[in-house]
Design a protein around this ligand. Structure first.
Ligand SMILES: [Fe+2]
Length: 291
């Protein structure tokens, strides 16, 4: 076992060294920055009408959410939004180039995309938050992008990233990280609504609690750790419980919207690497049934 762990560790080091070498030959500046820093922000590349459409449809106004100790998730099956994102040239270019360069594989959507709402009670900072605010890394080969639905500024809840830590051969996936052991710069990922924040979450990152934030989160891996492998549909009933407790208007509004969209899921022309959406009906149903 010890020997196996040693071999795994060595293989990981070799693959990280390859990434570091490869980034020197990348000419596209976006990809270069992403490979170098571990994150890249594309400012205002999402049509404002698409953002407003989501906000209006789901009633995503700050006044509609209680302050809480947890993130609120709403799975999005909205046709207009998903079709827009999955055919977005720049987004596709960045994710595909990143995966082909780093992992020599295609990116596969790992979980159904969801709207994430964070409205923390910051006065009581000792309380144990159910928001990932400790420095950590995510699943193996995981990569994420966030679409902020409102501006994320220095005061907002935001992701902090340990710049360049994704290339550190001693930082493993799914680990808590003591950043005092490293000499990297902490960068707050700030962006205007409609921007896209690309994050290589194999580097150390955490949420910093602040003011109200809403964004849509997309998570990819190389096909490992798909939601159908890591969580039972019942997990989605916890997500609906959080919404029910913190959404001030009747949560039946969201139930109805999600139910309607689920009934039309066949009309979504999904990219083949987005198949997890069509395999997640049980998850969506758990969410709906508990609202
Ligand atoms: Fe994370």
């Amino acid at each position: 076992m010890v020997i196996l762990d040693f071999i795994r560790g060595e293989l990981k080091k070799i693959s990280k060294r390859r990434i570091i070498t490869r980034k020197k030959i990348i000419k596209d500046s976006k990809i270069f920055d992403l490979l170098n820093d571990g994150f890249y922000i594309s400012e205002s590349i999402i049509d404002v009408n698409i953002i407003n459409h989501l906000i209006k449809k789901y009633n995503l106004y700050e006044k509609n959410f209680k302050k809480s100790y947890t993130n609120i998730h709403i799975p999005v099956i909205d046709k207009k939004f998903l079709n827009y994102i999955q055919s977005h040239e720049k987004i596709n270019f960045i994710i595909n180039t990143f995966y082909s360069n780093v992992y020599k594989k295609a990116p596969i959507l790992q979980t159904p995309p969801s709207i994430v709402i964070t409205n923390p009670v910051i006065e009581n900072s000792n309380k144990d938050y159910k928001i990932p605010s400790k420095w950590h890394t995510d699943y193996k080969n995981e990569f994420t992008f966030h679409v902020p639905l409102i501006d994320i500024n220095t005061e907002s809840t935001k992701t902090l990233y340990l710049k360049n830590s994704q290339n550190n051969i001693n930082i493993n996936f799914q680990s808590l990280i003591n950043i005092e052991n490293y000499d990297y710069k902490v960068v707050p990922l700030i962006a205007k609504e409609g921007s896209v924040i690309f994050i290589d979450v194999s580097g150390a990152h955490r949420a910093e609690l602040g003011k109200f934030r809403i964004m849509v989160q997309f998570k990819f891996t190389t096909g490992n750790d798909l939601i159908t492998k890591i969580a039972k549909p019942k997990f989605y009933s916890l997500l609906s419980k959080n919404l029910k407790e913190n959404f001030i208007p009747d949560s039946k509004i969201i139930k109805k919207i999600t139910e309607n969209d689920l009934n039309q899921i066949q009309e979504l022309k999904l990219n083949k690497n987005w198949f997890i959406i069509s395999q997640s009906s049980e998850y969506y149903n758990q969410y709906i049934n508990n609202l």
